[in-house]
Design a protein around this ligand. Structure first.
Ligand SMILES: Cc1cc2nc3c(=O)[nH]c(=O)nc-3n(C[C@H](O)[C@H](O)[C@H](O)COP(=O)(O)O)c2cc1C
Length: 224
């Protein structure tokens, strides 16, 4: 026998499998789990303490991609979500000369630590002239000089949106193609076209049911 003691009120947060939850609730505040069950139990516990880092690859204070990434993250209720802002990691414009002058910036290290601490990542890309925003690319370049595998083999979902019907699909394509070279394991991607027609700024939700269902399917891939 192998004893595992749990406070009753932590049960909901640590049990995803309904069957196991039902079985565990048969016991009182002290739960005794047979050793043969322990492996599954530990896996479940880990699965439910998963941490998600999400951010918009835009430095705009009113970023529509930030709204989209916040909505997408809210669909993953079993994850602890942290939405970060790349403005908090603003660095001088990268050049090898600047790098020789200032070395490896603390903020780039801190960004990499955020990625390291995550079990999964969601990024929503703003498109500037068909590609990344300068703000994102600059942070990415600095980080890549510390560790070229910036995304540390984390599973990730890539999103994009823009006010136009293209939904920033060009930058999404660029990101999807390049991510595997930088340690990003892309499990899904989604582009929201015509942001202001398909997203309600009061409820902060996608209004188009088909697009909402498509995004939900994509983000749930992070649970697999
Ligand atoms: C310099 C610049 C270039 C842009 N280029 C594109 C583009 O190539 N494709 C596109 O769909 N939108 C483009 N836009 C419009 C952006 O999609 C729009 O500003 C959007 O709000 C950016 O996302 P964000 O709000 O998350 O920053 C551009 C905007 C700026 C300021």
């Amino acid at each position: 026998m192998f004893d595992v003691c749990l406070a009753e009120n932590t049960l909901d947060s640590i049990c995803t499998a309904t069957k196991l939850k039902r079985e565990l609730k048969c016991y009182s505040s002290i739960i005794v789990v047979k050793f043969s069950c322990t492996f599954d139990f530990i896996k479940l516990k880990k699965g439910n303490n998963m941490k998600l880092i999400a951010f918009s690859a835009s430095s705009s204070r009113k970023s529509i991609n930030k709204k989209l990434v916040a909505y997408a993250s809210s669909l993953l209720d079993s994850f602890t979500v942290e939405i970060i802002d790349i403005n908090d990691y603003e660095l001088p414009l990268f050049s090898e000369d600047k790098e020789a002058e200032i070395g490896k910036p603390e903020l780039a290290k801190q960004f990499l630590e955020k990625i390291e601490g995550a079990d999964a990542v969601i990024i929503s890309f703003a498109e500037h002239n068909g590609t990344y925003t300068t703000a994102y690319k600059n942070l990415f370049d600095w980080c890549s000089r510390i560790n070229p595998k910036v995304y540390l083999n984390k599973p990730m979902v890539l999103l994009s949106t823009s006010p136009g019907p293209g939904g920033a699909r060009n930058v999404l394509e660029v990101a999807s193609q390049s991510m595997p070279h930088f340690g990003g394991e892309v499990v899904g991607r989604f582009s929201l076209p015509s942001f202001y027609d398909n997203f309600d700024l009061d409820s902060n939700k996608i209004t188009n049911a088909e697009l909402a269902a498509e995004l939900n399917d994509v983000v749930q891939g992070l649970k697999a």
